[in-house]
Design a protein around this ligand. Sequence first.
Ligand code: PLP
Length: 418
Amino acid sequence: MNPSSDQITRAHTEKMDANDPIAHLRDRFVLPESDIYLDGNSLGPLPHGVMERLEKAVKEEWAQGLIRSWNDADWYPAPQRAGAAISRLIGADEDEVIVCDSISVNLYKLLVGALRMRKDRKIIVSEIGNFPTDVYINAEVAKMMGCELRCVLPEEVEQAIDEAGENLALVQLTHIHYKSGRVYDMEGITKRAQDLGGLVIWDLAHSAGTYPVQLNGCNADFAVGCGYKYLNGGPGAPAFVFVARRHFETMHQPLVGWHGHAEPFAFTQEYKPHASIEQMLTGTASQLATLVLEAALKVFDDVDMNVLRQKNMALGDLFIALVEQELGGMGFELASPKEAEGRGSQVSLTHEHGYAIMQAVIARGVVGDFRAPDILRFGFAAPYVRYVDMWDAVHHIREVMQTEEWKRPEFNERRAVT
Ligand SMILES: Cc1ncc(COP(=O)(O)O)c(C=O)c1O
């Protein structure tokens, strides 16, 4: 069906669900009956099996096994195992990815480590409007290492790389933008920077688990990403970090701790980095959270990322077509690329009353989120979002506008987390 050629009906969307080859994946999640959950781009839902894994880890392995469980329950290599499970989703080798800390912390490690590899170069290129944590850490590390941070508009990135020339140390970008959902050309930008002798660090927060990223196919150097969005690892899930194998020996991250040591249990006074991805570890893993993430990743065991991508593009196209069909003249503007190829698995709309509208829509059980100053974000995680959800969500938005429900005082009070 081409949604834009005809008037779309709810029956059309039900038919699309009936023909969806991955509709069965929805059964792998615990989803509240009354919700249409369009915020897996911020916090993924609970996969079945995770609760049982956590209960076992707490009741048996911690309560009964105690310290023995680091060995007996195989706790110690959980960051490597979870990293290996993620590697398949992002086109890396199993031993090039490890789970630890947050994106922010891992980004700091990579930035300092990469700049140390390019000591004679002084320019970092990033984007104006990159996720704030990325901007803060880029700026702080640049100051600390005597470098210049050049943040430019997305359409100026390539020019900024070229202008930096032989002084380009590295490029740090978020592959899929957290507000607009716009996708960067990972292969092209990586090559452009590397041709000048620079390195590239990709933030995959909005890519991992929803976009068929090919890190090694793009000859990527470094990447970070989080566990709590499309990977469904739960609130505060640990992040992951990727280092291309060719950099294992030359990249030395600054947050050296005993878990990154070649022999952590030799307890030597002198630091010697592990010769593998394990050097990215610092201290003891957040163990329960790591076990939860590992269990959550089983959702993807037999999933083809290309099939997920086809569905999230189709969901986005359908949502945009329905917004055009149902919400015309209500003040909404599309803030994401219209073409599916250039968009991740979210669609953002702007509206001057975006915050209150989103609160009113959430109160009806259509859960998206809001990003200042005026963005309503809707994420379409293909494993559990249905085509019919697009129809129902847009109709709830329409009713919220028609009834002026969003004007109610409770929807206009700003809460801590948007
Ligand atoms: C693109 C991007 N980078 C980084 C972060 C922050 O990651 P963390 O809280 O793990 O440091 C987020 C969080 O939403 C994000 O969207």
